[in-house]
Each structure stands twice: as structure tokens, then as C-alpha cells.
Design a protein around this ligand. Sequence first.
Ligand code: UDX
Ligand code: UDX
Length: 489
Amino acid sequence: MTIVFSMLVRLFILQNIKFIMNIPEIKKICCIGAGYVGGPTMAVIAQKCPHIRVAVVDVNEQKIAQWNDNNLDNLPVYEPGLKEVVKEARGRNLFFSTDMDTEIDAADMVFISVNTPTKTYGKGKGMAADLKYIELSARKIAEVATSDKIVVEKSTIPIRTAQAVRKILANTGNGVNFQILSNPEFLAEGTAVSDLYNPDRVLIGGEESEDGKKAMDALTSVYNNWIPRERILQTNIWSSELSKLVANAFLAQRISSINAISALCEKTGANVDEVAKAIGMDTRIGAKFLKTSVGFGGSCFQKDILNLVYISRFYGLDEVAYYWESVIEINDYQKNRFADSIIIKLNNTLSDKKIAFLGWAFKKDTNDSRESAAIYVADRLMEDKGIIAVYDPKVGEKRMHDDINYLKTRDEEENDKLLQYYSDPYEAMKDAYAIAVLTEWDEFLDYDWQKVYDNMIKPAYVFDGRNLLNHEKLREIGFNVQGIGKVNK
Ligand code: UDX
Ligand code: UDX
């Protein structure tokens, strides 16, 4: 009943807002938010559309300075291939700036690509998305716009956010017209540039009205500069908003499914990698996103599922909420199971024992560690007084300490003692009782494992949370190796 009613209300609102947009061909784009999504996405749009001026603005001055740094190794986002794109477009038609007001007003199209973290306070705490930055962005656009604009939601947001944005723009603007589009980003970190060059699809949701169609066509024509028209989908705005959450939920659900099976494999003698291969060759199932791991991380999966759970509960769909919540429960179970297996193998006592972590990022080829499994595994081991010696090729010391301090499990002084950063992997592993592989960085494969073994405390353990390394070879050297989803010899 509630859903039918709210759909009728939406239909009524949509049909009764008649904007007469004055949007010419898109010549200027502004993006609010120069983060992992806004930065790479805009850089690729600028590269592929030299006739469009693209400005990326951000409240964070330091981040903008990094995007403008002459040394391209200092960009705030590490992504393979990104440096080259920025080098080509920056200063030509790609600009990074803190002058939000000027850039927003100059643009025909404004993307909102700010972060939408899980709420840490009040109603929906720990579940709902915090839309305060989206709201701030909408208010800013309303305040400074003196000409008609298309506003594009790029951030992942709960379904019906467009309605909130529209309400703000309609009630606080300077009498100019706005069209709101939803254009969720499906890029994955670590492969952002190639995903942007060659996406499976681009999704654009808009109002079901003449102006809505015009706005969708305007954005379609931007992407059509390099993406075939048949891969650009136009839908209603609610389908587009919901599809992003659902896509992430389905991907995460596959990982939790194979991780649940990994526990069963360890008990039965099956090998999870063989099972994943066998089921993945069934074209109805498909091979991707079946790699067992220490648990998924990243800024999106957990947050988006929590969002889906919150919305489902809001509509009284408790069974639906429970179903999706279990995907997160399995993910937590997997992280805890991994940490506990280390504690048990080291005789239930980690006090003063050095445990080397290979990797801190939530996946390879990124410097992002948001919600990384490494943080939670480290925290659990630190509860047992283990000394965690971390090496990651791209994540720096400050970031690691911020990640662990954010959990507030113990005071910062204690965290500083127990979490140690190393810039050299061999130093991190020297005199360690165990090595835990948390991220699947390629370089770990090429280490001199004999040298590593010689410098460790015996028995020397490897806990491979990514089933990355060559376990047979490590066993020949003398390591005691524990993989995931395999009976460990
Ligand atoms: C992504 C997605 O866009 C978002 O949907 C998801 O919820 C989180 O991940 P991402 O680009 O990865 O966002 O976030 P982040 O790297 O944190 O970048 C957001 C940027 O927006 C930051 O640089 C922040 O300074 C900026 N910002 C935030 C503003 O400029 N103004 C604000 O009011 C808030
Ligand atoms: C995800 C979605 O893939 C992307 O479409 C969306 O726009 C943002 O969220 P991202 O979080 O950047 O992208 O990376 P992804 O490759 O999906 O990996 C997420 C996590 O799942 C990582 O921790 C990764 O290691 C883990 N993972 C992925 C597995 O454990 N097994 C797999 O088979 C795949």
C-alpha cells in the first residue's frame, strides 16, 4: 500500500513540475568532489571530449593542490593509467579548483560526486547513508546558479534522493530551472580508467517528461563521444538510483556466497578455488566475483547493502532486509575467522609476537583502504596484543593509523605501539612469527621467499587471505601455509 501510494505521489509530482529548460549543447561541466570517483571520471570525460571544459571542485584545498601538482606521482588517487590521462587533459580542458561558486555557475551540467558515508549518529545510525554533503552541494548549486542547469547525481545514494535534491533546488534557487539526473558510476577502483573507457553500460535516470528526456539526451551525447549508444541506458530516475545499490549488493552477495562455501571446504576436504572454477564455467553462473578472500572491503559494498537493508526495513520488508543483511554477516564472519585462525595457530597468545601484514589496501592497484578487511583483522589481533608490522606498496603510514584509530577500540598511544608501518617488506617480515596476506598485490609473488623464511621465527607461518601465493613452493621451503577454503597440510 505504502509503496503504491508513494509511487502515485511521485508520479503526481513528476507530472506537475513543468520546467522549460534552456539547455544548449553541453560545453561546460563542473563536478563537485575530487575523490576516487569524481577525479578519474572527470579526467576521462575531459580526455575524450576535448570540446568540453571540465572543472573539478572540492572543499579540500590540499586535495586540489595534489591534483594540480606538477609531479604526477603526487595525485591524491592512485589508479593505473590515470597519470597519463591527467597529463594529457589538465590545463587544456580539465581544471581542478577550489573556486566552487564560479565553476558551478559557469557550467551547463553539474555533477555531484561527494561522499555519502554511513550515518554515525541519530536516526538510521550505522545503516542509512548520510546525505549531508549531497544536501550541502544542492544548496550551494541553488545559491550560486544564475542560469538553467542539469544536476547529475554521481554519488551512490539511497533511492529517492533525487526528490530531496529537487526540493532544495526548487525552493531555494534564484528562479532558474534545474533538471536532475541520476548517473551512478560503476567503475571499480584499481581498474577505474579502463572501466571508464569501456563500461559494460552507462545508466542515466531522469524525469519522465519532455525536459527530463532532453536532459538525459544531453548527458547521453557527452558519453556517446566514446561509448556506443546501445550501451547507454535511459531509465526512470528511481530505477537508476536503485540499480546502483542492487548491482553492488549482487556483487557482494557472490563474494559472501563463495566465502561461506570456503568454510565448508575447509571442513570437507574440497578446494574452494576448484569449486569456484567448476561452478563459474556454468555460463548461467559466470566466472567473475567468485574469488574467495579474507572478506570484501571498499567504500561501497557494505555501505550500499546497509542502505538497502535500511530502505527495506523502512518499507516494512523485514525478510528482504534480513536476506541482504546476511551478506554482511558472512563478510564479518570471514574476517573474524581469518584472524582467529592466526591466533589459534600461534598457541592462543600473540603478546609481543610480530605478525607481518602484506597489504593494507582493500584490493590491489589502489591506495584506498576504506573498509579494508586488513583493518578489522589487525584490530582483532591487536586485541590479543599482537604487534602488526604492515607493508603496503601504496598505502602510507598516516592512513593506516587513521584507519585503526577510527575504530576507537583502544587509545591512540596503544595503537601506535601495536601497529607498525614498514616501507620495506623484508624488514616487515624479519623476525616475524607469521605473515598474513591481506591484499593481492602482484609484487608479493616475486619476493625471495627463501630469504624471507630464513629471517623469520620458526615455525614460520603464512596465512594467505587471498590464496595468492604458490603454497606448494612455500611448503617446500619450510613454511607452514594456511590458505582459505582448503584443507591445510
Ligand atoms: C565515492 C562515491 O562517489 C560515493 O557514491 C560513495 O558514497 C563513496 O565513494 P569517492 O569519490 O570515493 O565517493 O569519495 P571521496 O574520495 O571521499 O571523495 C569525495 C570528495 O568530495 C572529497 O574530496 C571531499 O573533500 C569532497 N567534498 C565532500 C566536497 O567537495 N564538498 C562536500 O561538501 C563534501
Ligand atoms: C565496487 C563495484 O565493483 C563497482 O562497480 C562500484 O562502482 C563500486 O564498488 P570496488 O569496491 O572499487 O568496486 O572494487 P571491487 O573490485 O568490486 O572489489 C570490492 C571488494 O571485493 C574488494 O575488497 C575485493 O578484494 C573483493 N573481492 C572482489 C573479492 O573478495 N572477491 C572477488 O571475486 C572480487
